[in-house]
Design a protein around this ligand. Structure first.
Ligand code: BT5
Length: 325
């Protein structure tokens, strides 16, 4: 009922819809309609009640509410089941838990705030309330466990396509899991997997996008390295739109992968890469070296030509890639 009322009000925005019309159309009393309207107002919807005209939906809340995502999302399966939380520890954590109980391909967990968001090696991911897209998508791909890391590259392309459409924004992908804007990190992606021998049970692709995180809110230790989409776009950006575009792009890319393999997605990745063609310093647990980032291979590994001319393939994980001085 709540959703139906909302759909009607949204479709008529900014026109009024009378309580009588709503009650007739939905077959409930005007008092019932009024109660739902109060509930919507409590959730942050701004709805005016105008005498003799009815209800006018003035503004939807700046939240990533499933109703609002669903109203605009045009995907077939990705994001069709949305689990929304105001605040939680980590969307990846919850997505893994839910997928372990009952796995739904394309299930999406999204939160306004993460109090224990994390990156690789349990490094923290700063996820303040209402300022970013903290989102995890569950996928059940038919490919092999060793191919899971490729999903990180696919997600990076999906994000960058969603954010580079804003004027003044020219983000690049830093291999393997960051999206950078003017050399600073705007997006981090963490892909996690549950697998058995030769078979993926599910993959969780977790993406943190700093959309409207005000500079002064960023913890001092991240100020020099973190950036937000609004810093480059020069104005507040709709988090809802960023989320919807990301989910849509991800579904499109995933379907391309299923039909044609990863090559077309890797070709796009190359176009957006800020790593290829750069001199990099690779900091691996067992070695540190410099070289030229030449390409990615068919598995998504970074190919680095070391200064002695030999080629090294870099596997994502606990490797850190820095610009070489
Ligand atoms: C990542 O790890 O960049 C992957 C981050 C993935 C976060 C998403 S949010 C939704 C989902 N749920 C989760 O719990 N996680 C995923 P890594 O490459 O390890 O980088 C982590 C480092 O990025 C930290 O050590 C900080 O230096 C830096 N960092 C933390 N928060 C940041 C932020 N909001 N913006 C920019 N940099 C940040």
């Amino acid at each position: 009922m709540r959703k139906q009322i909302l759909d009607i009000l949204r479709s008529r925005m900014p026109q009024a819809v009378s309580g009588e019309e709503l009650s007739r159309q939905l077959g409930v009393s005007r008092t019932a309609i009024w109660k739902h309207i109060q509930a919507l107002k409590n959730e942050g919807y701004i709805i005016d009640s105008v005498v003799k005209r009815g209800y006018i939906l003035r503004q939807i809340p700046d939240k990533l509410l499933p109703d609002e995502v669903e109203a605009k999302l045009q995907t077939k399966w990705l994001g069709r089941t949305i689990v929304y939380k105001d605040s939680l520890r980590s969307t990846n954590e919850l997505a893994k838990q839910l997928a372990g109980e009952h796995c739904v391909n394309g299930m999406t967990v999204v939160a306004e705030e993460q109090v224990s968001g994390h990156g690789r090696l349990q490094r923290g991911w700063f996820s303040p309330y209402g300022h970013g897209c903290w989102v995890s998508v569950v996928l059940t791909p038919p490919f092999l466990p060793q191919e899971a890391a490729k999903c990180t590259l696919m997600a990076a392309v999906a994000v960058i396509q969603a954010i580079n459409k804003y004027q003044g924004v020219h983000a690049v992908i830093k291999w393997p899991n960051d999206v950078l804007l003017n050399g600073k990190k705007m997006v981090g992606i963490l892909t996690e997997m549950s697998a058995e021998f030769g078979k993926i049970n599910y993959i969780v692709v977790g993406t943190g996008i700093n959309v409207n995180v005000p500079k002064e809110m960023v913890p001092p230790e991240l100020r020099a390295t973190a950036v937000s989409l609004q810093d480059a776009a020069k104005e507040k950006v709709s988090r809802l739109q960023v989320l919807i575009d990301y989910l849509q792009n991800l579904e499109t890319l995933y379907e391309i992968v299923l039909q044609e393999g990863f090559k077309p997605v890797f070709d796009l990745w190359r176009q957006y890469s800020g790593t290829l063609g750069q001199r990099v310093k690779v900091i691996a647990p067992d070695a540190v070296y410099c070289g030229l980032a030449e390409d990615i291979d068919n598995d998504g590994l970074l190919i680095v030509r070391k200064d002695d001319g030999s080629l090294e393939k870099v596997i994502a994980g606990d490797v850190s890639i820095r610009p070489a001085e």
